[in-house]
Design a protein. Structure first.
Length: 208
């Protein structure tokens, strides 16, 4: 009976209204994505060159963020360790969002704000790069992670949104997506991440 009631509810939903919603969201997405090229191309190239320099020197890229940004961190670390455009040697890249024992022990003993900074302190070295993702720019644990990287002599980068929050201009290189909608910001962040993957492979001479 309940399944029938749910079905009737959706049957009453006007299809054109749902299609219109899709159209609005796709239009929002396109507007934000177009700004990636028109506004941020120079910054993305700077980021790619810094990442390539890090890898050329035998150093490591560390990625971290919360929620969807944690997933993006894992996604992008995997693209470097695995491959993006073509088969090539593995590139040193780590997401600090994956080790549940570290995350829970540090969160329990020191507080959730320290889950990334503690790992940066343990694993990061001068010459490495730390990339913090935060759609709001106000994530305390990302702020502390970037600060720990700065104190350790690492290059720092941030992918932000919503005006950049407290993290605007906090890192060596900052890219802030011009949107207040979390979903649109995350969609742009993953595009920027994919561009970085391809540009770094190109800069390192790993793409024909």
């Amino acid at each position: 009976m309940m399944r029938t009631q749910v079905s009737k509810k959706w049957d009453r939903q006007p299809g054109d209204a749902l299609e219109a919603l899709i159209g609005r969201r796709v239009s929002e997405h396109q507007a934000v994505i177009e700004m990636v090229a028109s506004v941020h191309a120079e910054t993305i190239v700077r980021m790619a060159k810094a990442l390539a320099e890090c890898l050329k020197g035998g150093h490591c890229i560390f990625w971290f963020g919360n929620g969807g940004s944690a997933s993006d961190s894992q996604h992008l670390a995997a693209e470097f360790v695995g491959r993006f455009v073509k088969d090539r040697r593995a590139l040193s890249s780590v997401a600090l969002t994956t080790d549940t024992s570290i995350l829970t022990s540090v969160g329990n003993d020191y507080g959730f704000d320290e889950v990334f900074s503690r790992q940066i302190e343990a694993l990061g070295r001068r010459g490495d790069v730390a990339v913090g993702l935060s759609t709001s720019g106000n994530s305390d644990n990302v702020i502390k992670g970037i600060n720990a990287a700065r104190l350790g002599g690492m290059k720092t980068m941030t992918l932000l949104g919503k005006g950049g929050g407290m993290m605007q201009d906090f890192a060596d290189i900052t890219l802030t997506i011009e949107s207040d909608v979390t979903a649109r910001i995350q969609e742009a962040h993953i595009l920027v991440g994919h561009l970085l993957c391809e540009l770094v492979e190109t800069e390192l001479g790993l793409v024909e």
